[in-house]
Write a protein that binds this ligand. Structure first.
Ligand code: ZN
Ligand code: ZN
Length: 400
């Protein structure tokens, strides 16, 4: 790598990361930058955890262990922001702002290392691959993350989003929805369209399944709960006079309670198998594709952290964003350590544009959301606030 000796500013670092996005599990350049920055700050560095994951450990005397997590991956999106530092890789873009997360965690690591005389404990900085496909956190755990670094007493992290830049805030309890993606192959017996008696019609079975699945949320989940089950894909057949021997369904499921999630997943399996059995068909294949658990913020730890934010940033800069329908895998790092999670939203939208849109009731139209080809966080004060939030939250847990 040809990285300058002088320490790059956070703005330079961010622009560089933004213009060089990398897809899930391919974050090689990003990981190398994170590792070099951690080393320069004085952290012990482990690389290649869960494919491209990087972890920096700063041991600084007795005290709690605080884990800070940033995800590194970009998305297969063609960037349309028109920014001077837009993606140089066609069709790949930091459309979810994980470049903000990486830059802020590097900034916080630098600051925590530089101020180590003021605190004691251990800081673990985790740069995680592949959040977008819901597999990166699990990959790091499967690769022995907690055998190689100290088990954390608290897991902290942030996600940039379409709230005004300068604002931060976390929702206590279930904060991000679970998301499960399931691929189903219904099996039948193919044959001539004129001779249904020789076949087991996979299209008829799949159709019955689609109808039957609608009863899970409407008839089996309490009305006080929130859940979504969508069949977003249905593929079968090649020609009008051929009964195909299989049909495929693609499902996505969202909910805010593990109990609800478990019920829905079990009900899907029950119905798909029963509808196949009802037609005398072979067993269907039910394959989980992507899977994110509910992201649950520990209420006590969240209130403690938000109180620290309020006294540092002022009451008006700290918001409760409510439940977010998006999903995250950061919770796995906390669950595996049996540690509380505090995961907050970091505002990244241009404040004036945001408030003008809010007053006009046009936020949905005027403020690009994560995953949009136009998603372009205001570089400042987003980065400064993101670094400060990580440092303040960390110092709240470390011994001073
Ligand atoms: Zn995303
Ligand atoms: Zn994201």
């Amino acid at each position: 790598m040809t990285r300058q000796n002088r320490s790059v500013t956070l703005d330079e670092l961010y622009r560089d990361l933004h213009s060089h996005p990398e897809l899930s599990f391919e974050e090689i350049r990003t990981a190398a930058i994170a590792a070099a920055e951690l080393r320069a700050a004085g952290f012990d560095v482990l690389e290649g955890i869960g494919t491209t994951g990087v972890v920096g450990v700063l041991r600084n005397g007795n005290g709690p262990t605080v884990l800070l997590r940033a995800d590194m991956d970009a998305l297969p999106v063609l960037e349309e922001t028109g920014l001077p530092y837009a993606s140089t890789t066609s069709g790949v873009m930091h459309a979810c702002g994980h470049d903000v997360h990486v830059a802020c965690l590097i900034g916080a690591s630098r600051e925590l290392a530089a101020t180590r005389a003021d605190w004691s404990g251990t800081v673990v900085a985790v740069f995680q691959p592949a959040e977008e496909v819901g597999r990166g956190a699990q990959a790091m755990l499967d690769d022995g993350l907690y055998e190689r670094v100290p088990m954390p007493d608290v897991v902290l992290g942030q996600h940039v989003g379409p709230a005004p830049a300068g604002m931060v805030g976390a929702h206590p309890g279930a904060a991000f929805a679970s998301a499960d993606s399931i691929d189903i192959t219904v099996r039948g017996r193919g044959g001539h369209g004129s001779r249904p008696e020789t076949t087991i019609d996979a299209i008829v079975i799949a159709s019955a399944i689609v109808g039957r699945l609608q009863t899970i949320v409407s008839r089996e989940i309490a009305p006080q709960e929130t859940a979504v089950l969508t069949v977003g894909r249905m593929n079968a057949g090649t020609k009008n006079n051929i009964i195909p021997d299989s049909a495929e369904l693609g499902l996505t499921i969202r909910s805010y309670h593990e109990k609800v999630r478990g019920h829905i997943l079990a009900a899907i399996e029950r119905m798909v198998r029963a509808e196949s059995a009802a037609s005398g068909a072979p067993d269907p294949a039910i394959v989980p594709a992507e899977s994110f658990p509910v992201t649950v913020n520990d209420s006590v730890a969240t209130e403690r952290t938000m109180a620290a934010f309020r006294s540092a940033f002022g009451e008006e800069a700290v918001l409760d964003p409510g439940q977010v329908s998006g999903s995250e895998d950061v919770g796995l790092l906390a669950t595996a350590a049996n540690a509380p999670l505090v995961y907050w939203i970091l505002g990244g939208a241009h404040p004036e544009t945001y408030f003008t849109a809010a007053n006009a009731g046009t936020i949905e139209r005027d403020i690009p959301s994560n995953h949009s080809a136009h998603f372009a966080p205001e570089m400042q004060p987003t980065l400064i606030r993101g670094v400060a939030a990580l440092v303040i939250a960390t110092r709240e847990w470390l011994r001073s």
